[in-house]
Design a binder for this molecule. Structure first.
Ligand code: SF4
Ligand code: SF4
Ligand code: FES
Length: 232
């Protein structure tokens, strides 16, 4: 198959053999190991857990270790591979994730519990509404696929983005956390949840089936409620 890899804004062409169940990450690995050892890319787990292998494949942001070539190639025998959109490129297919994770910190994405080590565990019922809401967003692997798919991030780089806001939402609904008001303050600003246009691109592309759009809608609701109660 013909593989076009974007390097320093230019596409470089490679010919890679195809085989059954081959993933896009296998293709990139073949290029780096057999054709051009200078190609830079990032991966760790190869099983969809670490979130480090995301790239743009035929124009679509994807986790490459779990994307089969057969699925990525729609027509013909050609595939293009580029770094994720909306992130600075360090080299070839490797993006700088610092801005992405700095936004998690800006959205107060750190858990802040009430209990000390002397207290017993706080028990949360698996079927409580809060627990169900947290479970829906907690499996995020920080791959930035949603961030790369979001047109609002592209238009205004200070926007916190779907992943950081999804993280904030899981903590807002976490009954063990004690920083809800501070977190709502952090996401209520101009670059926060109200900038989301709800066009669902993040949700459509998230490989873990998470809906940041739903979480962001929840944050908008909670921020409005807090404003109404005059506690923000
Ligand atoms: S729903 Fe909001 S966060 Fe998700 S892609 Fe659209 S604008 Fe971005
Ligand atoms: S919400 Fe989904 S797409 Fe976004 S970083 Fe988490 S796992 Fe990746
Ligand atoms: S290599 Fe870890 S998610 Fe793909």
């Amino acid at each position: 198959m013909k593989v076009l890899v974007k390097r320093n804004s230019v596409f470089q062409e490679f010919e890679v053999p195809r085989y059954p169940s081959q993933t896009v990450l296998d293709v990139v690995t073949h290029i780096q190991r057999a054709l051009d050892p200078t190609l830079a890319y990032r991966f760790a787990c190869r099983v969809g857990m670490c979130g480090s292998c995301a790239m743009t494949v035929n124009g679509v942001p994807r986790w490459t270790c779990r994307t089969h070539v057969d699925k990525a190639i729609k027509n013909g025998n050609e595939i293009t591979i580029e770094p994720l959109r909306n992130l600075p490129v360090i080299r070839d297919l490797v993006t700088d994730m610092r801005g992405f994770f700095d936004k998690w910190a800006r959205a107060k994405g750190q858990f802040s519990g009430r209990l000390t080590k002397k207290d017993d565990f706080q028990r949360i019922k698996p079927d409580s509404t809060e627990r169900v809401a947290v479970d829906a967003g907690i499996e995020c692997i920080g791959c930035a696929v949603c961030y790369s798919a979001c047109d609002v991030v592209a238009a205004r780089p200070d926007y916190l983005g779907p992943a950081a806001l999804n993280r904030a939402w899981t903590l807002v609904r976490d009954e063990r956390d004690s920083s809800t008001i501070e977190r709502l303050r952090a996401v209520a600003g101009d670059a926060g949840c109200h900038s989301c246009h709800t066009h669902m691109s993040c949700t459509e592309h998230c490989p873990k089936g998470i809906s940041p759009t739903a979480g962001i809608a929840g944050l908008k609701r909670e921020v409005s409620l807090a404003l109404f109660k005059n506690v923000l």
